[in-house]
Design a protein around this ligand. Structure first.
Ligand code: 5CA
Length: 433
């Protein structure tokens, strides 16, 4: 992509309304546009990041054996009356009437609809276990939408639902999701700690929240430092060990219960990016979602639900990855991998060299944003640091003299001078292009 053509409406000044760094940087880099309070449009660079996050989430859900579906955002109030949540949800639910004055709503989550699907189509013990998920917009009319996409009113969520015959089966599904979450967040370069949680409006017996560690996080969490290592590794996750380790939020932290020795206990701030629940037959009971067992008996399905805040993750990633100059994207979710800077635009030789590099990178399938604009070098450096692509390739007067180009790694600021060929090889190795 050529920056001269790209729609990247960056701001020079910090927007006054943004109180936290991720909101500030998302507005400054033109990733989002506020449409109304807590409701955002995603502009090209923001959309690219959102798509990368979605894709990682999707791959790990698929790998865990969940199947992707897509349910409507607008749902019937009658369905929600069956669970009692039409009244229980209160003002957070956006209620709508259609032209026939039928009561509808914008779905804040989807236990009711997915249970309706299950009761009509999952009929035999042979049809379970099943896990189904969607990546779909949700609406919650939060009293105080704030911090940009972190607490929006409309937000993108991955929500997965599991159906099993009994508690033991449901626990297997729950553990599969737990493992999928560890892999998902570790692929994004995040440390996400699963902590004991209050299950609130969703209800349930067993529930954990995933808290991404970031100094600016809203929650204060306490956890066994051994968790750090397990969640960072991703790879093969030792779920037994993980479940045996201590982690709780401030409100739930009871020094009498916590047996972790003080020197092993870590305190950190976190952002909730995921929440998993086992809630037995809370929805399947009122919906009569049951199957016929081996001996012809009726068995009520045991369910769990598993959410990830996909749009919130964009903010959380920035909270965990930035410095005073801007964003520092982890490679797996970066909007582009390489920023190519032409520091002598208009100079025939420099332009030709940049074009050559640009095409070589495209041929190697490296995602590259080429700053071909007629701008000062200083402005280009600042802009590239602000938008935070992992790698920068700088081509200027010195390149024409020495034949060397500069490669900068945004995370460390380290700059190397390499010949064009070794630079491309080096990148190939580092980004696996
Ligand atoms: N039905 C369950 C799981 S499918 C559920 O709704 N869980 S939840 O309420 O915890 O939401 C799941 C995730 O969505 C949260 O962990 C959080 O990361 C994200 N989320 C919740 N509310 C908002 C919001 N207002 N703005 C952005 N993300 C949100």
């Amino acid at each position: 992509m050529r920056l001269s053509h790209y729609f990247l409406p960056t701001l020079k000044e910090n927007p006054g309304e943004a109180q936290i760094v991720s909101h500030r940087l998302m507005l400054r880099t033109g990733m989002i546009f506020q449409a109304s309070s807590g409701i955002y449009a995603w502009l090209p660079m923001g959309r690219r990041v959102l798509r990368k996050i979605e894709q990682i989430v999707r791959e790990e859900q698929d790998r865990a054996g969940a199947q992707e579906i897509l349910m409507p955002t607008i749902q019937s109030a009658d369905l929600w009356r069956e669970s009692g949540r039409y009244d229980a949800y209160g003002e957070e639910m956006l209620r709508i009437a259609d032209r026939h004055e039928r009561e509808m709503l914008y779905s804040p989550t989807a236990e009711e609809l997915v249970t309706d699907i299950a009761r009509k189509h999952i009929k035999s013990y042979r049809d379970v276990p099943k896990m189904m998920y969607q990546i779909q917009w949700k609406f919650r009319d939060e009293i105080r939408p704030r911090f940009g996409v972190m607490r929006g009113r409309e937000f993108l969520m991955k929500d997965c639902y599991s159906f099993d015959l009994d508690y033991e089966g449901a626990l297997v599904s729950y553990r599969k999701m737990l493992e999928a979450y560890i892999k998902t967040f570790s692929r994004m370069g995040l440390t996400a700690i699963p902590v004991k949680a209050d299950s609130g409006a969703i209800g349930g017996d067993l529930s954990q929240e995933f808290q991404v560690l970031a100094a600016t996080g809203e929650s204060l969490i306490f956890y066994d430092r051994a968790l750090d290592e397990i969640v960072r590794q991703g790879g093969v996750v030792d779920v037994d060990r993980l479940m045996s380790l201590y982690a709780a939020e401030e409100g739930l932290h009871d020094p009498h219960i916590c047996k972790v020795p003080q020197d092993q206990l870590k305190t950190a701030r976190g952002i909730e990016v995921g929440h998993i629940f086992y809630f037995a037959t809370k929805y399947s009971d009122p919906f009569k979602a049951s199957v016929v067992g081996k001996n012809g008996e009726s068995i009520t399905l045991h369910m769990g639900s598993y959410g990830i805040g996909v749009s919130r993750l964009v903010g959380a990633l920035i909270e965990a990855n930035h410095d005073e100059n801007g964003i520092i994207w982890p490679e797996a979710v970066a909007p582009f991998t390489v920023g190519l800077l032409n520091l002598k635009p208009g100079d025939g030789k420099c332009d030709a060299l940049c074009e050559d590099i640009y095409h070589k990178l495209l041929t190697q399938k490296v995602e590259v944003l080429y700053d071909d604009r007629n701008e000062r070098a200083g402005a280009k450096f600042a802009n590239m640091d602000l938008i935070g692509l992992p790698w920068q390739i700088r081509v200027g007067a010195r390149t024409l003299e020495t034949g060397k180009i500069e490669i900068k790694y945004r995370r460390t600021g380290e700059i190397q001078e390499l010949s064009l060929e070794s630079a491309l090889n080096y990148l190939k190795e580092r980004v696996g292009a």
